[in-house]
Design a protein around this ligand. Sequence first.
Ligand SMILES: [Ca+2]
Ligand SMILES: [Ca+2]
Ligand SMILES: [Ca+2]
Ligand SMILES: [Ca+2]
Length: 293
Amino acid sequence: MTRMTRRMAVMLMATVTAFVLSVALAGAVMTTHGDDMRSKKEFVDDEILVKFKPGTRADVISRIHSRLNVRAAKNMLERFRELDGKPRMGFLKKRGLDRLQLLKIPKTADLHAVVRELKDDPNVEYAEPNFLVHVELEPNDRYFSELWGLDNTGQTGGAADADIDAPEAWDIQTGSDDVLIAVIDTGVDYDHEDLAPNTWTNFGETPDNGVDDDHNGFVDDVKGWDFCKLNDGEDDNDPMDDMGHGTHCAGIIAAVGDNNKGVVGVNWHAKILPINGGMAARKMRWSRSPTPS
Ligand SMILES: [Ca+2]
Ligand SMILES: [Ca+2]
Ligand SMILES: [Ca+2]
Ligand SMILES: [Ca+2]
């Protein structure tokens, strides 16, 4: 196999590996999502939110309460007044919150049956359990609050929630070190304090003995491979970053999360496989530029 063919084969393999593992991660997310959702309490056992249709008379509502053995009914507009003190009553009334009630039913009642009965009532606009909203997981990394792409609160003046909803995803899971992601870029600073724990190590290779111990075609490839070294024009086994871009991208992908340091990656635990493939492109671009006179 020629050098170029070997390069292309390895690069292709790394790209395919990253893709396959990304798909595997997505599958893992879907698998664990259901488990986590089941392990959390999703709603209050004896409370129902019901919104009556406009014009429903008070005596009709009272009869419904009696029929369903409702123990207490709270008007949600009053609840907002209690919480806020100065709620925008016009705004809330326009959205019909004066017709929304929080019902307390007996703990022994079948909540879903009561919800179904309310939904079947012609005076009811909608009825549902009082669903609980869980606090999303946020890491303690120093610069997390600046990473608007992960969670945009408008901190840099941009549109709030123009982001990838990372905290919502982390509430389901924060990733796995079973996932290996090849970063084909300008190399990766594998000694960086926020990347080193998440950098792949080739345990099949004995370092610095001049032997390709794992027979993969690369000698002493313990941390990855450098296909584009400018200094000597040769490939070598040191994929240290030449300019910073690859390290930046590796951090976005899998900087260690919740370690009180630096930033946080989308995946807190995935393994990064550093591949320096970026400097060749820069070298070719420069070589085609006219020489200044
Ligand atoms: Ca968001
Ligand atoms: Ca090897
Ligand atoms: Ca070796
Ligand atoms: Ca970190």
